[in-house]
Each structure stands twice: as C-alpha cells, then as structure tokens.
Design a protein around this ligand. Structure first.
Ligand code: OGA
Ligand code: MN
Length: 265
C-alpha cells in the first residue's frame, strides 16, 4: 500500500489518476442495493456513510447496512469474475475518532504457512460472492433480483503476482465455499486462513488525514474499515478501483470452474 498525503482531487482527477493503472472497475452497489440513490458517479465507489443529499445515513438504511460489510477483512471485487487490481481510496472528511483502515499482507501470510498447507491450497478454488460476506455479518436484506445480480465466482486460493513471482494467500470474507470440498471442512478452513492472514504481525493500520489518497494492491493484501460512530460523525471516503487483467484461476493456469450462488443457509 502507498499513501499520497495532502492531495486535493476532484472526482475527475481521482479517476484520471487511477486510469493510469488500467480500466476502471465499476461499483456493484447500483445492482446490490438497486433502490438506493447514490451520491457519486458510477466509476467511484462511495465508501462514505452519507446519502444522496450528503446527510448521514440512518441506522436502518439498507445502503448503510450493506456497507457495514466493509468492516470485514476483504479484498476488493474478489466477488467479481475479474477482480480488482488496485484501489485508490481518497479521504474528503474523516471522523474525529475511529474509522481507520487496517491492511494485511497476504504474501507474508502465505510465506508463514507450513509446507503441507501450501501444497494443499495450491490448486484449490474458492467460491466468492458479496452474498457470502454479507451473510457472515448478518445482512440478508436482499430485494428481488439483487442476489442474482451478484452471482458467485471462482477465485484461486493461491495466486502469484506476475511482476514479482511472489505467491499470496488469496482469501477474503467473500469466500463462502471451496470447489469440491464439503462445507463442514471448507468453512472452518476459510475462517482459519482469514484468522491466520490477519494476525497482528502481518497487519498495518492507516490513520487517516483529510487529503490522503491511499492506494493498494488487491492481489496481495486484505483490508477492513475499523469501526467509528457512523450515526454521529461524517466520514467521506471515495474509491476509484482498477480492474485486474483476468480472473485469478486463469492467471494461475487453473481452468475456472462454473460456480453459482448456493441456496441461502
Ligand atoms: C474500500 C474499503 C474500508 C474503509 O474502500 O474498499 O473497504 O476503511 N474501505 O473505508
Ligand atoms: Mn474494500
């Protein structure tokens, strides 16, 4: 992750800078909370706690409750067939207390696995969906058609950053199942890998200042927003997201299995 402090960016400049690194990944919120009005252009993901009139979202607001999922460890757009390469998060307003962003290094997490686990994970494919991460934190308030719009996708559990050749443990709260593995084994394995990857020695916390632009590589890091009193304080952070070049299975030379959302549990 990189921090560019003291930036003054319009939304247009924010997106223009991000486009240096590849095509834009468009926010899924329009489909996932289809009835909610968004306050920013659709090549920016609004990660704020604000609504279309710049007001603090109410406790029961569906967009707010969906967005609380950002407090779980994840990597951006792993629930899309072609996930995110990089994210560029820009802080316009920050709360006086809380609301930091934590990062975990998935290269370090991979290196710290024992050889047997590394070998076992090498060819495994996880099934990711926004529905699975939201299920984890108790959000089930999908409306007609929304679940179908965020169908599950396959992602390799070990991936390599081509520029460095380094391997990463590619796991996130969006992973709900593992292809070909019984859930009774797969779910505890996903939980154990997330717990392993997010141990203190692999993590860093960014304390925001207004004007920070923070950029990270989604192929080899996890992140999560830390809590703050979002019903009281405003936090206006906005993200431009760059798409990766292909699905992670394709990049690893695994043929991507055809996966779909499993029935709600
Ligand atoms: C994001 C995200 C966490 C935060 O922008 O992708 O997860 O701290 N943000 O806002
Ligand atoms: Mn995120």
């Amino acid at each position: 992750m990189l921090v560019f402090p003291d930036q003054t960016l319009t939304q247009k400049q924010h997106v223009a800078f991000a486009k240096n690194f590849g095509p834009m990944d468009h926010s899924v919120l329009k489909k996932a909370v289809a009835d909610q009005k968004l306050r920013v252009r659709d090549d920016i993901a609004d990660v704020s706690n604000l609504g279309p009139n710049n007001q603090i979202l109410a406790e029961s607001n569906r967009l707010r409750r969906m967005q609380l999922g950002n407090r779980l460890w994840h990597t951006d757009s792993a629930f899309k067939y072609v996930p995110a390469l990089a994210s560029l998060l820009y802080a316009r307003e920050i709360p006086p207390v809380g609301g930091q962003t934590a990062f975990a290094d998935l290269r370090a997490a991979y290196n710290a696995l024992d050889d047997e686990t590394k070998a076992r994970l090498q060819t495994l494919v996880a099934e990711h969906s926004l529905v699975y991460s939201r299920e984890r934190m108790g959000y089930t308030d999908w409306q007609e058609g929304e679940r179908q719009a965020v169908d599950a996708v396959p992602q390799a559990m070990v991936r390599t950053v081509p520029q460095t050749g380094r391997k990463n443990l590619y796991v996130a709260s969006h992973a709900g199942h593992i292809v070909g593995m019984d859930d009774a084994e797969a779910k505890p394995l996903i939980d154990a890998l997330l717990a392993h990857a997010t141990q203190r020695q692999f993590t860093h916390v960014h304390r925001w200042r207004v004007g920070d632009l923070v950029m990270w590589d989604n192929r080899c890091t996890l992140h999560r927003g830390l809590p703050f009193d979002d019903l009281r304080f405003r936090r206006d952070v906005q993200r431009a997201t760059v798409q990766d070049i292909a699905n992670s299975c394709e990049q690893e030379g695994l043929s991507p299995p055809d996966v779909h959302l499993r029935a709600a549990e």
